[in-house]
Design a protein around this ligand. Structure first.
Ligand SMILES: Nc1ncnc2c1ncn2[C@@H]1O[C@H](COP(=O)(O)OP(=O)(O)O)[C@@H](O)[C@H]1O
Ligand code: SF4
Ligand SMILES: [Mg+2]
Length: 355
């Protein structure tokens, strides 16, 4: 991207090693459990926050993660950023193992994150220009060059540097602070930006403006996004592919249109049905998800959704259904009804049986 800013220096982006065909990020079997004390007699329990999660993100793609509060979205993001230690699993950035071929320091440039709380990443005692310049300076850029870059990026996120550079975080609105956080992330020339509920705290009109800004920046800087939100409308708008998480597991994954038009997992169907439609003709009277609210502490064995699923059969409680590829678009679901020959009464026959 340096060629687009000939008058301003940027840090060189972490090099594209594998070319377009190699995923920017590959996640295999990512797992994080938190030990907690139960309410009763302080018994030891386990929050299975992220459990054997696998997916990949192609270069230039926007992948969304949806699911109810507590399903493990933020923990997944923090693990990818190496902000906390994983129990197990692999995180491979452009074919490179972090800690081996790619240092943690380089990874932290190649992957940046924007959080829901717009104050979280900003030092209240630094001006906005200083906040944006901070990262590049840590990575060796001279003060004057880093400040020039900060001003350039303020313009890119729609904030006139002459009005904003010398202000402090508390002097601007939440939407403006999120623009500053986006500029701060871009200052390190990342290739992947993780947006964890980054627009969720904003008013609807401001949210729409920031979403448009993200789309523009993606194009201009050739970015790849992991976009986390509980808001399905927003995820559909921005994502190419989507992962649906339930109690720490990916239960469905695929192109966003495919998942929305033909959801294969009952949990995805319930989530979509519970979503308020903006089109009054399309509002349906679908009951909300029944059963106990999800609790990631000692989740049920087998399919974790079986306690709430209207289609649960005995096999569902016995073993965990594996994510299974359903078609050539890469649509996958972890539900026995979608797995040919699984033994569920609604499952399609195995191919050899279908003759
Ligand atoms: N540091 C922690 N210690 C104990 N439990 C945690 C910790 N961080 C997250 N959790 C638990 O892990 C589960 C997943 O949380 P989180 O990833 O924040 O979900 P989401 O972002 O989807 O709302 C929740 O039950 C949460 O309470
Ligand atoms: S595996 Fe069984 S319980 Fe789980 S979603 Fe499918 S039908 Fe429902
Ligand atoms: Mg979260």
């Amino acid at each position: 991207m340096s060629q687009m800013h000939s008058h301003v220096d940027m840090l060189a982006p972490v090099e594209d090693v594998g070319g377009a065909a190699q995923p920017l990020l590959q996640v295999k079997g990512l797992t994080k459990h938190f030990p907690v004390r139960g309410e009763l007699f302080g018994a030891r329990k386990t929050v299975r926050a992220v459990d054997n999660v696998s997916f990949s993100i192609a270069k230039g793609e926007t992948v969304g993660i949806v699911g109810e509060s507590g399903c493990g979205k933020s923990t997944t993001a923090r693990l990818l950023m190496h902000l906390m230690k994983r129990d197990s699993g692999e995180i491979i950035y452009d074919g490179m193992q972090v800690g081996r071929a790619l240092s943690l320091r380089e990874l932290r440039r190649g992957m940046q994150m924007v959080f829901q709380d717009s104050y979280a990443s900003l030092n209240p005692r630094l001006t906005i220009e200083e906040s944006i310049a901070f990262g590049p300076k840590v990575h060796g850029m001279a003060d004057a060059a880093a400040r020039a870059l900060a001003r350039e990026l303020l313009g890119k996120v729609g904030l006139r540097p002459e009005n904003f550079a010398n202000r402090y975080p508390h002097e601007i609105s939440g939407g403006q602070r999120q623009r500053v956080n986006i500029a701060r992330a871009l200052a390190l020339s990342p290739r992947l930006v993780i947006l964890d509920e980054a627009v969720s705290a904003l008013d609807k009109s401001v949210e729409a403006q920031v979403l448009n800004l993200l789309a523009d920046l993606k194009r201009e800087f050739g970015l790849t996004y992991l976009f986390i939100s509980h808001d399905l409308n927003v995820v559909r708008y921005i994502s190419d592919r989507v992962l649906v998480m339930y109690l720490g597991e990916v239960v469905e994954l695929g192109p966003v249109d495919k998942v929305w038009d033909a959801p294969a997992h009952p949990y995805t169907r319930a989530l979509l049905a519970a979503m308020p439609s903006s089109d009054p003709d399309k509002r349906t009277e679908v009951p909300p998800i029944s059963g106990d609210p999800p609790n990631p502490i000692d989740p049920p064995p087998g399919c974790r959704f079986h306690t709430r699923c209207p289609f649960a059969e005995p096999l569902c409680a016995k073993a965990t259904p594996q994510l299974t590829t359903l078609d050539s678009t890469g649509h996958q679901a972890a539900c026995y009804m979608a797995i040919p020959g699984s033994g569920h009464s609604r499952a399609p026959a195995r191919e050899e049986e279908a003759a």
